[in-house]
Design a protein. Structure first.
Length: 95
């Protein structure tokens, strides 16, 4: 799992990949295992596994003690709060 919370740009980057987005969607609608993700997303096992590994490495997906996979929904809330807390950029204020 990532040590730092994901920011909005990192979340967008993670979900910009079609395979990761499909795996994420499968988990969101109830898949809890690699096999479930493969069935729900129609991804080949290797691609689904790679996508899930990347999502897990970033901290957006976690494995429970029983091995079940789950989306860390709070990552979106943290990213939104972090984005709101940053100072507003003024580089284009005159436009």
């Amino acid at each position: 799992m990532s040590a730092e919370p994901l920011d909005a740009a990192a979340l967008v980057g993670l979900l910009a990949d079609d395979d990761r987005r499909a795996a994420f969607a499968a988990l969101t609608i109830g898949a809890t295992t690699l096999d479930d993700v493969v069935v729900a997303s129609a991804l080949p096992v290797a691609r689904a596994s790679r996508a899930l590994a990347r999502l897990a490495a970033a901290g957006l997906v976690v494995a429970g003690s029983d091995g079940s996979l789950a989306v860390v929904g709070a990552a979106f809330q943290r990213a939104a709060r972090h984005a709101l807390a940053r100072p507003r950029r003024e580089e284009h204020a005159s436009q």
